[in-house]
Design a protein around this ligand. Structure first.
Ligand code: GUN
Length: 290
């Protein structure tokens, strides 16, 4: 078996951001204002700070307004809810993203439920979850939508393919399964209680790994020629003393000997999330501007 083709999510995301920038300038010409994304960060989690900084930079680079709201870690839930209500009412704000995780004294579901579903560019609000489940237009979570874009770019039609999604989170696994079902795949959702996971994965033409366990999926679990999408981003110790490196949920070295195509970590799914967020924000702007 030859080496798998590498699915270059970084290049795809760049292309998507280029298309978003074109549509953003068309929106500005038509609406007389830029599309706007508000990002709310509560606390000082270093990984979240990096994400939020990158989101802000890429939003501006695409010709949209970025409104960043940084709140102290001990902010009361009522104050955060009041900010979300203010953003709901602000006509300059098309999309609202509250960075997760929130500090433990806040109820994430309550905060998400306060976002206007038509500004919920993360697709986390129950109204958007329900819209996805019933096939109505709405907002779809960015990471799984990015995975489907990469799959369709690689494979064309996904109709009739066997897909295994490993992981059942609200942010990735569950919406991923819905999207693949909508593409007429036969979908299996596997998780920590699945019996004989390697055997289940071996049946799949498409494997989506979103469990958060470094290099768990091995090459001998993969059906020859299958397409492997690795959503995991795990920081682990590197060979060199004191250094760390990023790895996915898939053992890339062994899986790439068997798969037909595979996303690397980093440079695969990761860059797609923000690109899809910007795309969702522009869709929100067009819908909200009527
Ligand atoms: N934290 C990590 N990824 C995400 C994301 O896609 N959206 C939000 N709101 N928080 C996150």
């Amino acid at each position: 078996m030859s080496e798998a083709a590498i699915i270059d999510g970084k290049a795809f995301a760049e292309g998507l951001r280029g298309r978003v920038a074109e549509f953003a300038s068309q929106f500005e010409a038509r609406a007389g204002r830029k599309a706007g994304l508000a990002v709310v960060l509560v606390g000082e989690d270093p990984a979240s700070q990096v994400y939020v900084r990158n989101k802000g930079k890429q939003t501006v680079a695409c010709g949209m307004n970025s409104f960043e709201h940084k709140l102290a870690a001990d902010t009361g839930e009522a104050d955060l809810l009041a900010l979300v209500e203010k953003l709901n009412a602000d006509p300059a704000v098309d999309g609202i993203l509250v960075q997760l995780p929130l500090p433990s004294h806040m109820n994430e579901q309550k905060v998400i439920a306060t976002i206007n579903p038509d500004k919920d560019v993360d697709g986390f609000h129950v109204v958007n979850v329900g819209r996805l489940a019933t096939g109505l237009p709405g907002f779809v979570p960015c990471t799984p939508l990015g995975c489907v874009m990469l799959l369709k770019d690689r494979l064309g039609s996904l109709s009739g393919l066997d897909a295994v999604v490993i992981g059942r989170s609200n942010i990735v696994g569950k919406p991923m399964a819905q999207l693949l079902t909508a593409e007429s795949c036969t979908v299996t959702v596997a998780h920590s209680r699945t019996k004989d996971l390697p055997e289940v994965v071996r049946r799949a033409d498409i494997v989506v790994a979103a469990v958060g366990r470094p290099e768990m999926v091995k090459g001998d679990w993969i059906k020859p020629g299958a397409t492997v999408i690795d959503v995991g981003i795990n920081r682990v110790p590197a060979a060199e003393e004191g250094k760390t490196k990023l790895v996915g949920d898939v053992d890339f070295v062994s899986a790439s000997q068997v798969a037909g195509a595979i996303t690397p970590v980093p440079g695969g799914v990761g860059p797609m999330t923000i690109a899809v967020l910007l795309r969702n924000t522009l869709v929100a702007a067009h819908r909200n501007a009527g």
